[in-house]
Design a protein around this ligand. Structure first.
Ligand SMILES: [Zn+2]
Ligand SMILES: [Zn+2]
Length: 305
């Protein structure tokens, strides 16, 4: 597998002089399989625009581009580049968009393709040259042929969000974003009139089991791409319930799951290049974890495994 990051930010694109090294585009990762050649794209944040231009420039659309796009969820930063993916305008392109099953009335097609409507965009989805199919995924196991399999796991985010575990030719790629640790939803303060010791204990156990389930899902991955939007201090001060993980917790998860490489991902938009370098020095200076390669994902970074 060859993995290339085209967008590593969370929330909103943030180009500018302070995000040149790590990049300002939102979530998009290219996964290329060889023998047979297959193109998989994880998320369609603003980074997918450059990926599309790159594919056109290297002639990948000449004989009809085929690609599978896997959306982790449909928050804006993960789909806002979709209408700007140039291959959609080229005849012969065939795209399958996989994503979470809609728990409410709207389908995946309506949520993603709905960006291409009069109010938001000048081109309608029906006017695109590409053939686009939508496939809704639930928790479970999927076989995509050519030896490519996928496990899907629900993560902990305000909207249904899928964790992916791809296996191909003995290599494992996992995604763990957007998510935050499960926590006890019952009152844990004995001085609070709502406190019930049995419920508090049950809530503690349920949260621990869910977190262990996620760690098992990531087990032994060759590469885990994990949410690391905040520091623990930022998370605990004001971000609990927002659906993102602290750098320290992401590292702990990677270590517990014994993954080989941990890409910290979904960077907070205010995080400058300098700030990310400082966080690297603070939380994982070189050789701090010889058993696991840890880094902040960077636009343009390519990993061969
Ligand atoms: Zn996001
Ligand atoms: Zn999200």
């Amino acid at each position: 597998m060859i993995i290339k990051f085209w967008g590593v930010r969370g929330s909103i694109p943030c180009p500018g002089p302070h995000t040149v090294n790590y990049g300002g585009n939102t979530a998009c990762i290219e996964v290329r399989l060889e023998n047979p050649d297959r193109l998989i794209i994880l998320d369609a944040g603003s980074g997918i625009r450059e990926l599309g231009n790159h594919l056109v420039a290297r002639g990948a659309c000449k004989n009809g581009l085929k690609a599978d796009i896997f959306l982790t969820h449909t928050h804006w930063d993960h789909i806002n580049g979709f209408p700007f993916f140039t291959p959609l305008y080229i005849p012969g392109t065939q795209i399958t968009v996989h994503g979470p099953i809609a728990m409410e009335n709207d389908s995946l097609e309506k949520i993603v393709g709905g960006q291409l409507t009069y109010y938001y965009f000048p081109v309608q989805e029906t006017d695109l040259a590409a053939k686009i199919d939508y496939r809704e995924l639930k928790e479970g196991h999927y076989d995509f042929g050519d030896g490519l399999t996928l496990e899907v796991q629900y993560l902990n985010h305000p909207l249904l969000c899928l964790g992916y575990r791809f296996s191909f030719q003995g290599k494992i790629l996992c995604t763990g974003y957007d998510t935050e640790p499960f926590r006890n939803i019952f009152c844990t303060d004995p001085s609070d009139p709502a406190y019930d010791p049995a419920m508090a204990k049950e809530g503690e156990l349920a949260a621990r089991q869910e977190n262990e389930r996620i760690q098992t899902f990531f087990k032994d991955a060759d590469l885990l791409i994990h949410d690391a939007q905040y520091t623990l201090e930022e998370y605990q001060a004001a971000k609990i319930g927002w659906g993102h993980t602290a750098v320290e917790t992401a590292i702990e998860n990677g270590l517990k799951s014994q993954v080989k490489r941990l890409a910290l991902f979904h960077h907070e938009p205010v995080r400058t290049d300098q700030a990310l370098d400082e966080l690297t020095q603070t939380f994982f200076p070189s050789d701090s974890h010889p058993e696991m390669d840890i880094f902040f994902a960077r636009e343009g970074m390519e990993i061969h495994m």
